[in-house]
Write a protein that binds this ligand. Sequence first.
Ligand code: HEM
Length: 162
Amino acid sequence: MRDIDDLIEKKTGLSIEEAMSIDKTNLYKKLGEETFWKLSTIFYTKVFNDEELWFRNIFKNRSMEDAIQNQVEFFIQRMGGPAYFSHRKGHPALIARHMDFNMKEKAAERWLYHMKEALSEVSAIDEDSKKRMMNYFTHTAYFLSIGVTGQQEARRNESGTS
Ligand code: HEM
């Protein structure tokens, strides 16, 4: 097991098998495209209206419409559907695509808080699918937080010594 997976398991209690249980079934086929649009629309409506200004500000130069489309296409692709995201934008490269944002652990927690709420509001998603998705999101949010903040730190150190 990779060190980072161990670290995430320590922080979240989730093994890599639990985190990736979205791959044991095809959630795209089970839930359908419309459900993913609903989920991301509810999620980003919460994010763009967050009472926590510091979190809302992470998204301030982005359009909500684009953010929803990006997320829907990625989720569909990652959960067993057509590769809409890669066809339109190339490799997901999630760490690289988050490099300019505040990705501290607190931001991952807030992202997950909104996603959990959003999942609970989409009645078309059954409990088993919700759990699989939330486990995957939790693992990925921590993975991104650790990966991105590590690289941001390295970048700061490099520019400080040159
Ligand atoms: C840890 C907390 C997170 C923060 C603060 C964060 C922040 C952001 C921001 C500001 C954007 C730009 C919005 C846009 O224009 O699309 C974005 C895009 C995106 N995020 Fe996150 N994100 C987080 C976690 C995640 C997680 C857990 C996933 C996947 C499970 C994810 C997947 C994506 C994808 C696919 C995009 C679109 C990238 C693109 O099209 O360039 N993010 N995120």
